[in-house]
Design a protein around this ligand. Structure first.
Ligand code: GH3
Ligand code: MG
Ligand code: MG
Length: 542
């Protein structure tokens, strides 16, 4: 203040502006302008790193964590380098700073690719290839004293408001800068090209990445052309930090880790159900891994092949091009599939291609078959149970009436079965019932129905069979049963007989139960006659 001439009062409010401008030139303020943004950015990135720690198990989270830590290191040491004032000290700080310089840009690019759902493109090999130049640059930065590839000379620039390291980038650093810019540019170009593929919600995320990525590009351009507002102050670490912050904001706003966009292809290939895309002549245009396993053919042979020639079971399903309803396909190896056919659409436009989604329903089919068997048959003999036999009987009766065909019913009951149980035990009794079931099954036609309708009572429904034929058939059956033997535990054999009653459908039969009652009456008649014999219902003549 002594420099001011007498009569000039710098404390006068009139000179406030002057006072402020002279303060602006104070070295401390200048230094803060270089230092503070970097320290703030380092702190910001540190916070981001803490936040990203939670998500480190996801790949995007891991890239973000690596980016945040290395970007924080970068900004912190960049800030520190404006506090020290000798070239040696700055150079010393560059050693740790280069960890950030060499890792953060790549980590941010990887994070952005993962963020927009193209993480599958980052294979281990590609990652390795992308890391080569950053690794070389890092090693070179640590051994710069020998070759000067990173900094061609280490000298201070005193023309800046505070002493800074002169911008003397060596050849390798130029190459590395160009590489980073190319990486960022390539990512931008890739995203721009793919932008139309993204649904609107995810398009916002891509826009965010594009905005964030243009910042480091701008900063690099300014630094290279010496156009930074503060001379020799690199804005690149700030720009990368800021880009990271923009993405973090997106993350907070859209909770992107929960909503991480997934591309259709990823869903498609990770599906456990086989999926095919066919053209309008049913040739395969695309397929997923599960589809390949279904066909058990080499990958290369599939594209262009007509699906019905590989899987004949699909021919019927695919014959109607406009059918969209699901169909069932049974493959040769007894596998059941539910196949859904859907036309492919692209932005509202129908394409001449169809999507086939297969679902393995073999287990369900087997379960259904088991349930059906349990509901319709008797577990001991495997014959139809009473309920199912009556159902079939009613239907056959209606059919016989409609076409005027004969229909006969035979009721059979094992004679003195209680004695068999009492003398030889229940197990032998069961064997006897199974044996009887075998004889009935072997001697009847497939068009006949055989049911176990009581403990030791059986019924035969003989379709297209007159009273006389039914009598003949039953006589033969009784003969076979008479000759059958059951092996006992002591090696001896025991035989058994049955009594039978036969009734043939007549106009007086109101329903199947009437026919059943008549056959039953005839059976009791046979029992009364001394058993091991056959009686016709009283209302019929042979
Ligand atoms: P009838 O000649 O008059 O028909 O005499 P029966 O002894 O055969 O007739 P009854 O109705 O008195 O006895 C039938 C026996 O069948 C009674 C029951 O314990 C037995 N039984 C019913 N279901 C089964 C089965 O699933 N296994 C065995 N072992 N026995 C059964
Ligand atoms: Mg009985
Ligand atoms: Mg009996």
């Amino acid at each position: 203040m002594q420099r001011f001439t007498a009569g000039f009062n710098p404390n006068h409010p009139r000179y406030a502006l002057f006072r402020i401008s002279s303060m602006l030139f104070s070295p401390i303020l200048w230094r803060s302008l270089y230092v503070m943004p970097n320290l703030l950015a380092a702190f910001g990135m540190f916070v981001v790193g803490v936040m990203a720690w939670r998500y480190r198990t996801q790949r995007a989270g891991m890239y973000l964590l690596i980016f945040a830590i290395t970007a924080a290191i970068w900004a912190f040491f960049e800030g520190m380098s404006y506090i020290v004032s000798s070239a040696e000290e700055i150079y010393f700080l560059w050693q740790p700073e280069f960890i950030g310089v060499c890792v953060a840009p790549l980590a941010l690019v990887l994070f952005a690719i993962e963020y927009v759902g193209y993480g599958r493109l980052i294979t281990r090999r590609r990652l390795l290839a992308l890391s080569v130049l950053p690794a070389i640059t890092l090693l070179a930065s640590w051994s710069n004293g020998w070759h000067g590839w990173i900094m061609s000379g280490i000298e201070m620039d005193f023309s800046t408001p505070i002493p800074t390291l002169a911008n003397t980038s060596g050849p390798l650093l130029w190459i590395y800068y160009a590489y980073c810019n190319l990486l960022v540019l390539a990512t931008i170009a890739f995203l721009l090209q793919r932008l139309p593929e993204f649904p609107p919600l995810q398009r916002r995320q891509v826009h965010l990445v594009l905005i964030a990525f243009s910042l480091p590009l701008l900063a690099a351009a300014l630094y290279m052309t010496h156009l930074t507002p503060l001379r020799n102050m690199s804005l690149i670490p700030l720009a990368f930090n800021f880009a990271g912050l923009v993405l973090i904001c997106g993350f907070l706003r859209e909770r992107m880790f929960e909503l991480a966009p997934v591309t259709a292809h990823e869903i498609y290939s990770s599906l456990e159900d086989p999926v095919f895309v066919l053209d309008d002549t049913n040739r395969i245009l695309d397929f997923n891994g599960a589809a390949l396993r279904l066909l058990q053919l080499p990958d290369a042979k599939l594209i262009g092949q007509p699906l019905p020639s590989l899987l004949p079971g699909t021919a019927c399903l695919l014959s109607d091009y406009h059918a969209e309803h699901p169909g069932e396909v049974i493959l040769h190896n007894d596998l059941y599939y539910d196949v859904r056919v859907a036309p492919l659409q692209s932005s509202g436009k129908r394409l001449s291609a169809r999507l086939l989604v297969w679902r393995d329903i073999t287990e369900r089919k087997h379960l259904e078959a088991d349930l059906y068997r349990l509901a319709t048959t008797d577990p001991l003999t495997g014959l139809y149970n009473r309920r199912y036999f009556l159902e079939r009987g009613q239907e056959e009766m209606r059919r016989a009436r409609r076409y005027g065909h004969p229909l006969s019913l035979v009721m059979l009951d094992v004679d003195y079965f209680k004695r068999v149980n009492d003398s030889y035990g229940h197990e032998i009794g069961d064997h006897m019932l199974i044996k009887l079931a075998h004889i009935l099954t072997n001697q009847c036609r497939t068009s006949d129905y055989i049911g176990r309708i009581g403990g030791e009572e059986f019924a035969l429904l003989l379709t297209e069979t007159s009273s006389a034929t039914a009598y003949e058939v039953s006589s033969r059956l009784l003969e076979s049963i008479r000759n059958a033997r059951i092996l006992l535990d002591d090696g001896k054999y025991v035989g058994f007989t049955v009594s039978a009653g036969v009734a043939t459908l007549m106009t007086i039969d109101k329903g199947f139960d009437t026919l059943l009652r008549r056959a039953d009456d005839a059976l009791y008649h046979a029992k009364d006659e001394g058993r091991d014999c056959l009686m016709l219902s009283k209302m019929e003549n042979v």
